[in-house]
Design a protein around this ligand. Structure first.
Ligand SMILES: Nc1ncnc2c1ncn2[C@@H]1O[C@H](COP(=O)(O)OP(=O)(O)OP(=O)(O)O)[C@@H](O)[C@H]1O
Ligand SMILES: [Mg+2]
Length: 297
C-alpha cells in the first residue's frame, strides 16, 4: 500500500496511540499493552485492543512474537510525521516515491500553497540493519528502536543545516519548507544527479557555482557539508540553465570544529577531481582551496 493511502486509513484515535509510541521511542522498543492501557485511560481495554490490532494489520505497528507488546514500525513513524505536517498547514498531499537513498525514502509532495516539494523520510540503519541481520543471523532487534530515534535525529540535523544555509542565502542550496520528526520538506528539484551527467554545456560555470556555494556555506553559514560528491548534487534544468544544487546535509559540521577544514578540503577535492575526470576541466586544486579559504565580507 502506498504511504498516502495508508495515511488516509488512520483516524484521530489511531494517532493518539501512534503519538504515544513516538513519545516513548527512546525508552522502549516494545511497549507492553498493559502499560499503554495504564497511560491512555481514554480507551477501554477492549477498545485499545481493537485499535492495536487494526494498527498491526496495517503494519504501522508490530506485535511481539510472544509477549503482549507492540513496537512502532518506520511507516508508523512516517504517518505521525505526515499528520503533524498536515496539521501544521505545511503539507496537503503526498505523491509518489521519487528516490531511494541509502538512508532515506523520498516522496513528491504538495504544500498548502501548491508548491511542489519533496518529503525526505530518513531510514537510518536500513542498510546496516540488513547487514547486521545477515551477518549475525538474528535480528539485532534490540537496536531497532534506536534506529527510529536516530532517523529523527538525522531529520533534525538536516533541517538545522538547511535553515541556517537558507538564512544566510547560501546559493545552490534547496529551500527548506519544514518537516517533523524524521521528515524533511524540501524544494522539488528536477534533473539528474551529477554522477549521471555525461556532458554539460558549461561545466566550468557549474563547477564555479558549486565552489562559490561551498565557500559561502563555510564563511557565511559557517557550515561544511562533509559528504560532498557527484551523488549529492542535482543539476536542475528547468530554467534552461544548468543549475547545480547541493543536497543531503545531515552530516554537516560547524566550520569552527577541529575537523572542519579537513572535511572542507576533502569536499573540494572530490568535486574538483570529478569535474577534471568527467568534463576534462583544467583547474588547480590548491588554487581552488586557497580561494575557498579566503574570507568573505
Ligand atoms: N530536493 C529534491 N528534489 C528532487 N529529488 C531529490 C531531492 N532530494 C533528493 N532527491 C532524490 O532522492 C535521492 C536521495 O536523496 P539524498 O541524497 O538526500 O538521500 P540519501 O538517503 O542520503 O541518499 P544517499 O545515501 O544515496 O546519498 C537523490 O539522489 C535524488 O535522486
Ligand atoms: Mg545522498
Amino acid at each position: 500500500m502506498k504511504l498516502g493511502e495508508l495515511y488516509r486509513k488512520l483516524v484521530d484515535e489511531d494517532f493518539v496511540i501512534l503519538e504515544f509510541f513516538v513519545r516513548n521511542l527512546r525508552r522502549f522498543e516494545y511497549i507492553p499493552v498493559e502499560y499503554i492501557a495504564q497511560k491512555l485511560t481514554r480507551f477501554t481495554p477492549k477498545e485499545l485492543d481493537a485499535r492495536l490490532r487494526k494498527l498491526a494489520k496495517l503494519k504501522v505497528i508490530e506485535r511481539h512474537p510472544t509477549m503482549n507488546a507492540y513496537r512502532l514500525k518506520v511507516v508508523g513513524l512516517d504517518c505521525v510525521a505526515l499528520r503533524r505536517m498536515v496539521k501544521r498547514g505545511l503539507l496537503k498531499a503526498l505523491g509518489d516515491m521519487v528516490g531511494v537513498g541509502k538512508e532515506s525514502d523520498i516522496y513528491r509532495g504538495l504544500t498548502d500553497n501548491d508548491e511542489m516539494v519533496v518529503v525526505k523520510f530518513y531510514r537510518i540503519g536500513r542498510t546496516s540493519f540488513r547487514q547486521a541481520a545477515r551477518v549475525r543471523g538474528y535480528g539485532a532487534s534490540f537496536e531497532r528502536g534506536t534506529w527510529l530515534a536516530r532517523s529523527v535525529i538525522a531529520g533534525h540535523r538536516e533541517r538545522e543545516a538547511l535553515k541556517i544555509l537558507n538564512e544566510y542565502q547560501v546559493p545552490q542550496v534547496p529551500k527548506l519548507y519544514g518537516g517533523a520528526l524524521h521528515a524533511v520538506v524540501i524544494q522539488y528539484l528536477e534533473g539528474p544527479e551529477l554522477y549521471e551527467v555525461r556532458e554539460l554545456e558549461k561545466p566550468q560555470e557549474v563547477l564555479e557555482k558549486i565552489i562559490d556555494a561551498v565557500r559561502a556555506a563555510y564563511w557565511k553559514a559557517k557550515i561544511v557539508h562533509g559528504d560532498l560528491s557527484e551523488y549529492n548534487i542535482i543539476i536542475d534544468l528547468r530554467t534552461g540553465v544548468e543549475e547545480p544544487y547541493i543536497i543531503d546535509w545531515p552530516q554537516f559540521i560547524s566550520s569552527v570544529e577541529p575537523m572542519a577544514n579537513q572535511l572542507l578540503e576533502r569536499d573540494v577535492r572530490y568535486i574538483v577531481r570529478f569535474f577534471t575526470k568527467r568534463f576534462g576541466i583544467d583547474v588547480d586544486l590548491q588554487e581552488v582551496l586557497k580561494y575557498v579559504l579566503t574570507p568573505m565580507e
